[in-house]
Write a protein that binds this ligand. Structure first.
Ligand SMILES: Cc1cc2nc3c(=O)[nH]c(=O)nc-3n(C[C@H](O)[C@H](O)[C@H](O)COP(=O)(O)O)c2cc1C
Length: 210
């Protein structure tokens, strides 16, 4: 297997269960991690996300019981809550048209994109539930990039899906017509060494079709 800085970051990253509360991530580093999220790819370039950055310890303490009481929530240095966009990805909001118009394309190409977008995703936009299913998938791509990106700076993380979505949204006073919580990402520095990686063998999950 070839190894480079990326594969080293993949090895370094693990689901950190407890962060060192005395170690804080410096501003430039956390900004760089969030920038990696911002640069992530998204379907039709809609960037259907928003990242809430939380350092307020009192808020973290309120969130923890809503997140299966997981210690990562309060011990982390920075908590990032990834929100999946709902309203602004729908053509009826007028925003997808603006997102397409940012590109250096002739107007007829932009019009063709908007038409394709609206038709291809008509069923998705029929309900907020389906819209969330589509946009949250993309939030996970940004999340993966941020976790590996963090690892490349020697910063630990843990994806947190174990939370009570509606209660977290209520605590954060979110308008769920606009945004819903996709995933929670605590970042910080590990207390304990990472456990041995357990993964299926290469041949069990890679099937070459000739
Ligand atoms: C979408 C997602 C949700 C997860 N949710 C949690 C969680 O709520 N709490 C937790 O401790 N780990 C959570 N994990 C971490 C996984 O359990 C972990 O990635 C997996 O067991 C592999 O271990 P590793 O990341 O240390 O290699 C989550 C991982 C992913 C990708």
């Amino acid at each position: 297997m070839l190894a480079n800085d990326f594969t080293k970051a993949m090895e370094f990253r693990h689901a950190c269960k407890l962060f060192d509360e005395t170690k804080k991530i410096d501003t430039q580093t956390i900004k760089s991690i969030l920038e990696i999220g911002r640069l992530s790819p998204s379907s039709f370039g809609m960037e259907p996300w928003k990242f809430l950055l939380i350092t307020n310890q009192k808020l973290k303490e309120k969130l923890r019981p809503l997140c299966w009481n997981q210690l990562q929530i309060t011990s982390c240095s920075h908590l990032v809550i990834i929100l999946a966009a709902i309203e602004r990805v729908k053509p009826s909001s007028g925003i997808p048209q603006k997102m397409f118009a940012r590109r250096d394309l002739p107007q007829e190409k932009i019009d063709a994109y908007i038409k394709l977008y609206g038709e291809f995703l008509a069923d998705t936009f029929a309900s907020d539930e389906k819209t969330f299913a589509w946009t949250s998938k993309q939030c996970y791509i940004a999340a993966a990039n941020m976790m590996t990106g963090a690892a490349s700076f020697g910063v630990d993380s843990c994806a947190i899906e174990g939370f009570e979505k509606e209660k977290v949204e209520k605590l954060l006073e979110l308008n769920t017509k606009e945004y819903q919580v996709a995933l929670i990402l605590p970042f910080g520095y590990r207390v304990n060494p990472q456990p041995q990686k357990v993964r299926l063998d290469y041949d069990e999950i890679i099937e070459e079709i000739l």
